[in-house]
Design a protein. Sequence first.
Length: 133
Amino acid sequence: PAASPAELAKPNDRPSIDDILNKDILELLGAAGLPQDQKAELYQRMLGILQNRVIVRIDDLLDDTDIEGWKAAVDTGDMTKMQAFLTSKQIDFPQLLLEEAILLKAELVDLASPLRKQLNQPATGNAASGDAK
């Protein structure tokens, strides 16, 4: 049988595109078993990274005059004003956020791949033989 596009896009043991899109990031990172407080901390750190990436993307899409208007909208703290400003500049914020979230998720999974492989290999040395105290 022919391989599906998702299978073709999954070299070696890397998660498939469907996995990246549909699975929880901590599951993909092999960290689903962490205590709840550590999970919450990781989610908060990832959210901070995502927010910074979106800010950079917005900054890249605006000219200097528009950046001043954007800063003024942000300074109000009013999400409706911020969204209205971005819409007036033809910036689709939900789409931008989605794109950056998917990119971040894929990059984190890729960065964690060597660690996941190492954690999934049998231990070697004294600790594996029971000699460690």
